[in-house]
Ligand binder design. Structure first.
Ligand code: PHE
Length: 454
């Protein structure tokens, strides 16, 4: 296996390119749209604490495992799992872990693209000055107007899918790498600015306490499951996105270091997003548990009141779109690479196939905000079900199997070799986390959450 030094799909130009791409994958709607609203729904501080613990003790170790698998296999997650299993003398059935990842990615992108479409739609609303002087009610009406209109959402969802497939079609360097290296830094700067605004104009104290004072009475098994699932989602783990990015990683780069860098960057962006949003929520007597519309119903209030709000608001939604874009390309990349390897089609055709199927499934999510909003199952709409199934079940399950494979199935020697570290205390610590802590945590949280259902 070590003679495979490069993937047929290409390779990053170096360590920095990988960090940018992996950060581009990790930082997305998960950080800016999802993290604040699930924090709001689950009562704040205690939820944030569990999320941070999951990032540190489950997320980072599994990210290292996923990157090392990718780099060792150098193919799509399905063929990577198959070929490593073969080389390690294990069952070929491990390839099904890759299959599960490809399917998970397909489902995630279908709704991810719809939400990214909202961000695109909001670029237009921001430029046209729609938020100027608007109050909470008016901003809420703008949001309801969009989600109530399936045609508009379909149009934006289509635009976003086309954007995504255009970049993916251009391949690893020309498309993915170039896009992310321009876009990520801009987002960071604008977020810092928004936190500054929240300090000056929002109820920053209340926002801060909400996010960082843990009230454990608000924490139930479901909140813990959501926090853990979100740790996987936000770090792009458990479905092969980071694995396939790892497959384009040059041999000499330290997996440990890049994993830390990506996890820290991702966490900082999520916390900044929370600190930009909650002070505005409290200063305007809005509801922190407003759900998926939270970002879209709070920040526009700030844009409507601040000087230069049209420009800043426009830039914000452009950056949000870009953050979503650089994540979306990684969500579909495993499927595209697999189609190229397995079916033998060109990258362009693979993009068209994967993109069209994803787009079609996305229509279900669009309808779940209007025509199908009352069609629920266990109180969940179509979108809620896809979100729950992927983030709370499939990603943690995928991460669990990745941990089991790397820690219990692969030869220790192969793992050491690919991580390129000495067999010392650091390795032991990581190995302990991935052998016991991460898999046990996933199982315990699953069992608790199932107990709550029964
Ligand atoms: N990490 C991305 C985000 O936070 C979403 C994502 C999930 C990307 C799974 C790749 C794989 O928005």
């Amino acid at each position: 296996m070590s003679e495979t030094t490069q993937s047929i799909h290409g390779q990053w130009s170096g360590k920095l390119a990988f960090i940018l791409a992996a950060t581009g994958s990790a930082v997305g709607l998960g950080n800016i749209w999802k993290f604040p609203y699930i924090t709001g729904e689950n009562g704040g501080g205690a939820f944030v604490l569990v999320y941070l613990l999951c990032i540190a003790f489950i997320g980072v170790p599994i990210m290292m495992a996923e990157i090392l698998l990718g780099r060792r296999g150098r193919q799509s997650p399905i063929n990577t799992m198959a070929s490593i299993a073969r080389a390690e003398g294990l069952s070929p059935a491990w390839k099904w872990l890759g299959v599960m990842g490809v399917v998970t990615g397909f489902i995630i992108l279908s709704y991810y693209s719809v939400i990214a479409g909202w961000a695109l739609a909001y670029v237009e609303r921001a430029v046209s000055g729609a938020f100027q002087g608007a109050n909470g009610e008016q901003v809420g009406a703008i949001f309801a107007n969009l989600t109530g209109d399936w045609e508009k959402q379909l149009a934006w969802h289509t635009v976003f899918m086309v954007m995504t497939m255009l970049v993916v079609a251009r391949g690893v360097r020309g498309g993915l790498e170039r896009a992310v290296s321009i876009l990520m830094p801009g987002l960071f700067v604008i977020l810092i600015f928004l936190v500054g605004y929240a300090v000056a104009q929002g109820d920053f104290q209340k926002g801060w306490h909400f996010m960082f004072d843990p009230d454990f009475s608000r924490l139930n098994a479901h909140a813990v499951l959501t926090a853990m699932g979100h740790a996987f989602f936000t770090l792009s783990l458990g479905m092969g996105a980071i694995m396939i990015y790892g497959s384009y990683l040059p041999k000499n780069v330290s997996i440990t270091r890049v994993s830390f860098t990506v996890a820290v960057a991702d966490t900082v962006v999520a916390l900044l997003a929370g600190l930009a949003i909650f002070p505005i929520v409290f200063a305007n007597q809005l509801e922190p548990g407003a759900g998926p519309g939270l970002v879209f119903q709070t920040l526009p209030l700030a844009f409507g009141q601040m000087p230069g709000g049209i420009i800043i608001g426009t830039l914000f939604f452009i950056m949000l779109t870009f953050a979503a874009w650089s994540s979306a390309i990684s969500i579909i990349e495993p499927a595209v690479a697999w189609l190229v390897e397995k079916v033998g089609v060109t990258r362009h055709v693979a993009c068209l196939l994967a993109g069209t199927a994803t787009w079609a499934l996305g229509i279900g999510t669009i309808l779940s905000f209007n025509a199908w909003s009352d069609k629920t199952w266990l109180g969940k709409t179509f979108f809620d079900i896809l979100d729950y199934l992927t983030a709370n079940i499939l990603l943690p399950a995928g991460g669990f199997l990745i941990a089991i494979f790397v820690a219990w199935m692969m030869r220790r020697q192969s793992v050491l070799e690919e991580l390129n570290v000495k067999d010392g205390p650091w390795f032991e610590f990581w190995h302990f986390l991935i052998r016991f802590v991460a898999p046990a945590a996933v199982v315990i949280v699953f069992v608790q959450a199932i107990g709550l259902l029964g």
